[in-house]
Design a protein around this ligand. Structure first.
Ligand code: ATP
Ligand code: MG
Length: 456
């Protein structure tokens, strides 16, 4: 059954088509050469016979039957490959080196193949001959021919060689096709089996490589890295879901206990009002967290690329800085903007504004009073370099990659409000715009840098 399945594989069918084409063209070529050569040899024999007939006819015209008979007797005794027989109207032999008129039907001028017995001392041999028949005046018959035994034998051998080589070519090709398709099928089987295991839930399975470094290994490598990538994404998603569940439980619990405590003892209308306002504040925080998560998801799917438009980073920067001016002033922090030239890029205005706002918000939030925040925009090597630098505590080198993930907040900043999503959005927006994000040390403080490609 498995063996029969091999016949249905693409590899086998391809091998078969190739084999048939190859065998047909080889056969056609050899046959063409053979028929040409055989035809040439046959034509040569016929030509010699024709020439001889011409000579004999001349003899007959000049010297009549006795002359012709004499020449035939002479030629028959010559011992060449020529065959002659002169016969009466009833085909009884008069002269020639054939013992009797051959038993094949023939008319005037016909070409015939026949066999005759050649007797040499001690043995008789049956041989093939080719000849042409002529009727002479007076009802006599003349047959002039050539012994073509060797030629016919060679032709026979070539014909049987042709037949057997066709059989062998087809046989070997069939076996080759089977072996080839079995190899291909075996390699594909491994991939199919692995896929089935993965579908059935064994997500850690990978396609084994044969080490041959061929196209199957390349396919296996690509499949494996695709599976790795899917696994990474899936574990990332589970982590995000865990984090969301975990981080939203705290504010929801807080909201619930606040409401519960209010209900435990009788209270005045004023007290209820305060409790409800507190609850609204908590809910606003939750809504803001959800909005941030949705924004990050939007930036990560890449769908936002459809909204890309040409925009000037300098204009965006000064808008956001204006927005944060009151917050900085309240903490007596100097907020300075340095942007000498406009920088045109292609991007999503809303997402870039939000990312920039998050950076400036962090800088103001984590910098102690009387500090300074400098937001600058420079053009460098075909790039727009956006930098937010502060004089706060900075982020330790070891934590700089970590803080870009969702819900990560450093221990030192636990007493500031926040959900740990600000920098995640900045990172997602950077990825969406093919920009590079870099957190560095401003000694003291943090420098957050975003490098965008300029619009071309
Ligand atoms: N300018 C900064 N100086 C010092 N630490 C910072 C600075 N910016 C970010 N961090 C640290 O990185 C953490 C992650 O920042 P992120 O902006 O993602 O979250 P958050 O500010 O805590 O909350 P959110 O921005 O969602 O309100 C912060 O909690 C803080 O510990
Ligand atoms: Mg923040």
């Amino acid at each position: 059954m498995r063996f029969l399945n091999l016949f249905r594989t693409t590899a086998f069918r391809l091998a078969l088509v190739y084999l048939l084409l190859f065998a047909a063209s080889a056969f056609a070529l050899i046959a063409f050469i053979y028929w040409n050569t055989a035809g040439f040899m046959a034509a040569q024999t016929d030509e010699t016979i024709n020439a001889e007939i011409l000579g004999l006819r001349e003899q007959y015209t000049q010297q009549g039957l006795p002359g012709l008979r004499q020449v035939i007797i002479e030629r028959s005794a010559g011992g060449g490959t020529g065959l002659y027989i002169l016969a009466n109207a009833d085909f009884s032999r008069i002269a020639g080196n054939l013992s009797a008129w051959p038993d094949v039907p023939m008319g005037q001028g016909d070409w015939v193949y026949f066999t005759y017995d050649r007797t040499s001392p001690g043995e008789t041999e049956r041989r093939s001959a080719r000849a042409r028949h002529f009727e002479l005046r007076g009802g006599f018959h003349l047959l002039v021919g050539r012994d073509v035994h060797e030629r016919r034998e060679i032709e026979d051998r070539i014909e049987s060689a042709l037949f057997w080589s066709a059989v062998i070519t087809l046989g070997l090709g069939l076996i080759g096709g089977l072996v080839m398709s079995r190899n291909v099928t075996r390699r594909l089987d491994v991939i199919n089996r692995t896929s089935r295991d993965i579908i059935e839930g064994d997500l850690a399975r990978r396609v084994p490589l044969s080490g041959a470094n061929d196209e199957f290994d390349e396919l296996a490598e690509n499949l494996n890295s695709m599976l790795d990538q899917i696994e990474r994404l899936m574990s990332g998603m589970t982590e995000v879901a865990d984090n969301i569940a975990h981080d939203l439980r705290t504010p929801l619990n807080r909201l619930r206990s606040r409401l519960e405590v209010t209900l435990m003892k009788p209270a005045t209308e004023q007290e209820y009002r305060e409790a409800l306002e507190g609850a609204i504040g908590e809910s606003d925080g939750l809504i803001a967290t959800f909005n941030s998560l949705l924004l990050i998801a939007r930036a990560e799917t890449g769908e936002a690329r459809e909204n890309f438009e040409p925009l000037d980073l300098r204009a965006v920067l000064s808008d956001i800085a204006d927005l944060y001016e009151p917050l900085a002033e309240a903490k007596r922090i100097t907020l300075k903007v340095v942007a000498l030239k406009p920088a045109e890029i292609n991007g999503d205005r809303g997402l870039i504004s939000q990312a920039l706002a998050n950076l400036i918000d962090n800088a103001i939030k984590y910098t102690p009073e009387e500090g300074a925040v400098i937001a600058s925009l420079k053009l460098l090597d075909e790039e727009a370099v956006l930098e937010v630098r502060d004089t706060g505590p900075g982020i330790p080198q070891a934590e700089r990659d970590h803080v870009l993930r969702r819900f990560v907040r450093l221990e030192a900043s636990r007493n500031e409000p926040g959900s740990g999503l600000g920098l995640s959005l900045v990172a997602a927006v950077a990825r969406l715009h093919d920009a590079r994000i870099d957190l560095g040390d401003a000694k003291p403080g943090l420098i957050a840098t975003l490098r965008f490609h300029l619009k071309d």
